[in-house]
Ligand binder design. Structure first.
Ligand code: SAJ
Length: 432
């Protein structure tokens, strides 16, 4: 028997408040409005609020047109947190970075919890979406509600529902199944009813910490498997075997195998970080997460390994790394996105700089201005490349003219298997 509040979220046209209008919160707010709900998007950055209210979206997955349509159909964007008092549900989509010692930095979540304490009212659903260790929702949001003198289930419902945004991917927020776990069964029921109005498929679990752990498993699975294939790549090179051919062969197995590919390291703000939330919480429980730790060791050593492979290539040409002009191709953390935060590609180039190389960068997606911000010499899309002794392909954007790079630069190290996928097989191109 559905509770009255769950029925309200299931049937009424309610207002969703979103705290944090980044790559998770903005798509969520827009998707609510696209599904006939109202949304109040709150961000403490007035410049970001002003930009959004001008109909300009800083988030790749929300076009200006989608934002403008939402603004015309029930989306309010504000820097005034008190506006959230008008919401029936509040979704927390703030950053959850790691601190200097790789420990969880919950300062943004705690700040959002203080906002919840200020605006929460009876009947409200509070859902945390920011990736964090199991137990955070209970440890931080339940006290935040209690601080406002309200009781869980009696007055307010609290849940965790991990974000599953994949920057640059085709799938939109509404099409991605959502795991939902409440701090109590009634909170799970209310949150499930609410999310069912926003996304096509909701998967309720028995608790908030189950939902928190599910998210971490998803990305730990990726980090560990990327670490495995990075180690396999180094072994295959020693055995004079192409790891790329090996993976493609193994991937013909129609079950029990998912292809992961080696690379110059692991970037972005999910895969390098999320497993560390689990490792940190495990240490609190005196539990050693050996797979997470080993994967991090392998993955964080890949930039140096890739730089060494460039050095080996130059050595074969009788050239030192020191003073040699090297072209870095692609500094975004993954293909076809402009995001270069936590990019392993940049780590490779920094490693080569430390060995005295002179680095230029070609990345038509990130753009010359951003390349210059990193202190690298930017190379335009159509500029001649014959000055470079070696090119190292670090991020394989679809828009790259791989043939021209190989034609104009004497040797290429391809850390992404891009030339193999493009069907270009030449003796002057070496793959990781
Ligand atoms: N990478 C490899 N080899 C691989 C896959 C990835 O080296 O086989 C590297 C990438 O180059 C990148 C890093 O790992 O530097 C992360 O790549 P990613 O494909 O995991 O992309 P992210 O960081 O954008 O991950 C997000 C995650 N989404 C969420 O956390 C909600 C992840 O769970 C998704 O699987 C991923 O998007 C996706 O598939 O797009």
């Amino acid at each position: 028997m559905q509770s009255d509040r769950a029925r309200f979220f299931a049937q009424e046209t309610w207002t969703g408040g979103v705290i944090g209008l980044g790559y998770v919160g903005l798509p969520l707010a827009v998707t609510m409005v696209q599904n006939g709900l109202r949304a109040i998007g709150y961000d403490r950055s007035q410049p970001r609020v002003d930009m959004l209210n001008r109909g300009v979206s800083p988030v790749e997955d929300v076009s200006d047109e989608e934002l403008q349509a939402a603004l015309a159909n029930g989306l309010e964007i504000t820097a005034d947190e008190s506006r959230l008092r008008s919401a029936d549900a509040v979704f927390i989509c703030v950053p959850s970075p790691l601190g200097r010692n790789r420990e969880p930095d919950l300062s943004f979540i705690k700040s959002a919890a203080a906002t919840v304490t200020a605006v929460v009212r009876p009947g409200m659903l509070i859902s945390l979406e920011s990736t964090t260790y199991p137990g955070t929702t209970e440890d931080i949001l339940v006290p935040a509600v209690a601080a406002a003198g309200l009781e869980i289930d009696e007055d307010v419902y609290v849940a965790f529902s991990p974000e599953r945004v994949s920057p640059g991917a085709e799938m939109k927020t509404g099409d991605i199944p959502k795991v939902v776990g409440g701090v109590t069964p009634q909170s799970t029921e209310a949150a499930t009813a609410a999310y069912s109005r926003v996304v096509a498929s909701v998967y309720p679990v028995s608790s908030a910490r189950t939902a928190e752990m599910a998210k971490l498993l998803e990305n730990t699975y990726r980090a560990v498997n990327i670490g495995l294939i990075n180690e396999m790549a180094q072994l295959a090179h020693e055995l004079d075997i192409s790891i790329w051919e090996v993976v493609d062969a193994a991937a013909t197995k129609p079950f029990g195998f998912q292809a992961f590919y080696p690379g110059p390291g692991v970037g972005g703000h999910c895969i390098p970080l999320d497993p560390q939330f689990l490792a940190w919480r495990a240490k609190e429980a005196n539990f050693a997460t050996r797979f997470i730790d080993l994967a991090e060791q392998v993955n964080t050593k890949m930039p140096a390994y890739a730089a060494t492979r460039v050095g080996d290539l130059l050595n074969r040409e009788g050239l030192p790394v020191y003073g040699t002009k090297i072209l870095g191709v692609g500094i975004a953390y993954k293909p076809d996105v402009a995001d270069d935060r936590e990019s392993a590609s940049i780590e490779v180039l920094r490693e080569l700089e430390r060995r005295g190389a002179r680095i230029s960068v070609l990345d038509p997606v990130v753009g010359k201005d951003r390349i210059a911000v990193h202190g690298f010499d930017p190379v335009g899309k159509d500029e001649p490349l014959s000055d470079f002794a070696v090119a190292v392909v670090l991020t394989d954007h679809a828009s790259l003219d791989l043939k021209r790079i190989a034609d104009e630069v004497p040797v290429v190290l391809d850390t992404r298997g891009a030339y193999r996928r493009a069907g270009i097989d030449r003796s002057d191109i070496e793959a990781l």
